[in-house]
Design a protein. Structure first.
Length: 179
C-alpha cells in the first residue's frame, strides 16, 4: 500500500493555522515589531521578521511557521563572522555549546554567518503562539546576553549585525525590533 498525499497537499484557500494563531496572539497581547511575509512554497510558509538586542548588539530574528509539524526561530548572531582563519576555532566552540544546550543549536552557514536555531514542534491544534515570545525573551535573549560577550574572543571580531550593510538590504526586506 502506497502513501497517497495528493489529496492532502491541496491546501489552496485553507487557513495558515499557526500563523493565524500567532497573529491573533500578537493582536490580543499588543505585541508589535514583527513584519509578516507569506510564501507559496510546498508548506505555505509564513516568515515573521524582527530583531532583538543582546549585550548591546542587534540580532535579526526570523520566526518561520508553516503547515508542517515544524516551526523555527532563527537568530542571526553574527553576520559573516566565520572565515577561513577562525572557522576551526568557531566550529569547535559552537560544537561545545551545542553539546550542552537543549533548547536550541548554533549553526554556521556556508556564507559565514553564525545563527542560533530553535525548533518548535507541534501540529496545528497544539501550537502555542506564546511559546515563541517565551523562547525569544525568556530563553534566547538571556542566553545571548552572556554569549555575545564571549563570542568575539572566538571569532576574533565583533559579533552582531553589520548594521550599515544590513540597512541597505533592509530597504527591500524591512525588519523591526520586538517590543
Amino acid at each position: 500500500m502506497a502513501l497517497d498525499l495528493n489529496g492532502q497537499m491541496n491546501t489552496a484557500g485553507q487557513p495558515r493555522v499557526k500563523a493565524e494563531k500567532f497573529d491573533q496572539f500578537m493582536k490580543e497581547r499588543d505585541v508589535s515589531g514583527f513584519h509578516r511575509e507569506e510564501y507559496d512554497d510546498q508548506f505555505r510558509t509564513v516568515i515573521y521578521f524582527s530583531g532583538l538586542q543582546a549585550a548591546g548588539q542587534q540580532q535579526f530574528v526570523q520566526v518561520l511557521l508553516n503547515d508542517s509539524i515544524y516551526g523555527m526561530i532563527k537568530v542571526l548572531v553574527g553576520h559573516k563572522v566565520v572565515n577561513d582563519e577562525n572557522r576551526e576555532k568557531v566550529l569547535e566552540y559552537v560544537n561545545q555549546l551545542n553539546q550542552r544546550l537543549e533548547a536550541f543549536k548554533y549553526v554556521v552557514t556556508p556564507d559565514g554567518n553564525l545563527e542560533l536555531d530553535c525548533s518548535l514542534v507541534s501540529n496545528d491544534e497544539r501550537f502555542d503562539p506564546e511559546l515563541i515570545i517565551v523562547m525569544l525573551l525568556n530563553v534566547i535573549q538571556p542566553h545571548l546576553e552572556s554569549e555575545v560577550l564571549r563570542l568575539p574572543a572566538v571569532t576574533g571580531c565583533p559579533v552582531g549585525v553589520n548594521l550599515e550593510e544590513e540597512e541597505k538590504a533592509a530597504e527591500d526586506n524591512p525588519i523591526h525590533v520586538v517590543h
